[in-house]
Write a protein that binds this ligand. Structure first.
Ligand code: SF4
Length: 630
């Protein structure tokens, strides 16, 4: 008996309509455990080399972990993966809510979509009944409207994921939406679903998941909830959620502002967590079984009407707010709603709009080509651009491919301020004086994404307090001066980056949210014990799980090497703005990262990983991790 798993893989060939339910491969369970482990293994093994990301042969994989769907804190994460249209390499994104949990109750740990439906369709899953149904009536509709229609038609107990118009038109930063405000936003995963002509997936699941020790799991699950409630972060972090970090980021000069031209603004108080609580919030909203609901569901009121929206999260506040100079919380929330309805990742959307605004300001895009006299901080301009992008109209068709490809078309030196790595737009942490954070962004397998590594606190503590182990929150409470921040030392950041890069996949593998560990300090022994009661197997978090995380890093690097023709070191460089332009204002004024430092950090990082000087895993490294790939 395979405890902790539903026990099946669902394969759907959308070209032929063939549906197969097969036993979950023991090899996957033994070697890769679940979630992100499964997606890395499946994409490498099953994606035909050189496949077109938006062609029928790309795989779209949905995977849960062994803890997903069980009654323990925040066990509701779903992992999606495909070869990314944004980067051409390994792409994934993960989402909370209730979708993956329900897929597991329907009997499936893994779902693999191949092929391409002939006409707009949605996938209907009701336990063993799996059908590809027509969806012409849903095509062109917004995400929440589709959820409402399908829930009304099928039943409220169905969990729905959907793409918006951006996914239908294969915008490179199209997301997947679910649960009226949760998204799998990054790497263009929604475009892959759109390329397959799939508008939505609706699932109902009513089956049990066998667990090794139900009584022990229930007892430990309850104890884990109790442990969460006792953490200071339970009452300290939850009220504002991720938005609570906005002022801190501004204070330490890490808040992307005006297309990352600078890292500090004078209106952070207007777009922070408190502003959300004071102006927008109606209720907290959480994912399946979460004790610390970070979602803030509220009402955005602007001249464009009143819109119910979940968010904005910190990343949206940073990328849509300060990065586009939008200083009104209702305006940011409205843009959040527009992105959700159109099915656009708010991180990349904010970065792309800011890039477009700078191109316009510099005269690289004419008013005629732009279609409007767009301005920084102007809600009308931002919404105008997002709608053009989602419909791929005019300049929107150029921007819809993301900043890297757009800069290649626009020219005029715009590549210097196209803020991305590997084609994926940089997220909410300006890092010119945060060398560890910068290295994390540079080396992430999916491109510039903070979810792969977050060491900003250590970077700042290192700069102002002299110790990379110092807790920056302690330094603030001790009265540390952030008016000017000294140059951070880039030496010895590699161990911190590796530690963070290995910790984060651990939760994606198990199928839980990481924020209980990261934000409120839930100890790792809880995960070991829950895993034991669920599966009957011992798991040493630091030894076994982090080893698997490391293995996934090597495997995904090899996927990128195989799929991107000239892949290597140059794909790890940050955008020129960060090493050519000193920060013009704020506490990090005058700082930039020297190119020699970038090279030095990469040398040290590659050596520590067991990769050659071009950033490719050596034969010895692959053998050490039992990876038979080339
Ligand atoms: S902390 Fe937030 S993202 Fe994580 S499970 Fe809870 S509500 Fe979802």
């Amino acid at each position: 008996m395979l405890y902790g798993y539903a026990g099946h893989t669902l394969r759907i060939d959308l070209s032929t309509g063939a549906v197969e339910k097969e036993p979950l491969k023991q090899e996957w369970v033994d070697e890769f455990i679940g979630g992100r482990g499964f997606t890395a293994k499946i994409l490498y093994d099953e994606t035909p080399p050189g496949v077109d990301p938006l062609g029928p042969d790309n795989r779209f994989v949905i995977a849960m972990g062994p803890l997903s769907g069980l009654f323990l804190p925040a066990a509701g994460k779903t992992h999606f993966a495909a070869k990314s249209p944004a980067t051409g390499g390994y792409g994934d994104s993960n989402m909370g809510g209730h979708f993956g949990v329900t897929m597991k109750y329907a009997g499936y740990d893994v779902t693999i979509l191949t092929g391409q439906a002939k006409d707009p369709s949605y996938i209907f899953i009701d336990n063993d009944t799996v059908e590809i149904r027509p969806a012409s009536h849903l095509w062109g509709k917004g995400s929440t409207e589709v959820e409402e229609i399908l829930k009304t038609d099928l039943g409220q107990e169905f969990q729905i994921l959907t793409i918006g118009e951006a996914g239908e038109r294969m915008v490179n930063f199209a997301c997947i939406s679910h649960d009226f405000g949760r998204q799998a936003g990054r790497t263009g995963i929604g475009a892959v679903l759109g390329s397959k002509n799939i508008k939505a997936i609706a699932v109902r699941g009513t089956q049990d998941i066998p667990v090794f020790d139900p009584k022990g799991l229930l007892k430990k699950g309850k104890a884990t909830y109790a442990a969460c409630r006792e953490k200071p972060g339970f009452t300290g972090w939850t009220p504002e959620g991720t938005a609570g970090i906005t002022n801190w980021c501004n204070d330490v000069g890490a808040l992307p502002t005006r297309n990352f031209a600078t890292s500090h603004c004078d209106y952070a108080d207007k777009i922070n967590g408190k502003a959300i609580l004071d102006e927008l919030k109606i209720t907290d909203k959480g994912c399946f079984s979460c004790p610390i609901p970070c979602g803030k569901y509220g009402l955005a009121k602007t001249g464009k009407g009143n819109k119910y929206v979940e968010g904005p999260e910190y990343e949206t506040l940073a990328l849509v707010g300060s990065n586009c100079e939008l200083s009104d919380i209702h305006g940011v929330a409205h843009v959040n709603w527009v992105c959700d309805e159109l099915g656009l990742d708010t991180c990349s959307a904010g970065a792309v709009v800011a890039f477009a605004l700078e191109c316009y300001e510099k005269g690289l895009i004419s008013k005629q080509d732009m279609g409007m006299d767009v301005k920084w901080g102007d809600l009308d301009s931002i919404v105008f651009l997002l709608e053009k992008i989602a419909k791929r109209e005019g300049i929107g068709d150029v921007l819809a491919d993301g900043v890297q490809k757009a800069a290649e078309k626009i020219g005029g030196g715009s590549s210097k301020f196209a803020i991305h790595v590997k084609g994926l737009e940089w997220t909410g942490y300006e890092s010119r004086n945060a060398p560890g954070m910068m290295l994390g962004y540079m080396t992430a397998d999916v491109g510039a994404h903070h979810s792969r590594c977050w060491v900003l606190g250590s970077d700042v503590a290192n700069a102002v307090g002299g110790s990379q182990d110092a807790n920056v929150h302690d330094l603030i409470s001790q009265g540390a001066d952030f008016e000017t921040i000294p140059k951070a030392d880039h030496k010895n950041v590699v161990p911190l980056v590796l530690k963070s890069q290995h910790l984060r996949p651990a939760f994606d593998i198990l199928g839980t949210c990481r924020l209980q560990y990261m934000e409120i300090g839930l100890e790792t022994h809880y995960y070991e014990e829950l895993y034991y009661h669920a599966t009957g197997k011992k798991l040493d978090f630091n030894k076994d799980l982090l080893h698997l995380s490391e293995k996934i890093w090597h495997l995904n690097r090899m996927f990128n090497r195989r799929e991107i023709p000239d892949f290597g070191r140059k794909y790890d460089y940050p955008p020129p703005r960060f090493y050519e332009e000193p920060i013009p204002s704020g506490p990090n004024k005058g700082h930039k990262v020297e190119f020699a430092v970038i090279e030095e950090m990469l040398d040290a990082y590659y050596a520590a990983r067991g990769w050659d000087e071009n950033g490719i895993p050596t034969k010895d490294t692959l053998e050490k991790f039992n990876l038979a790939v080339e």
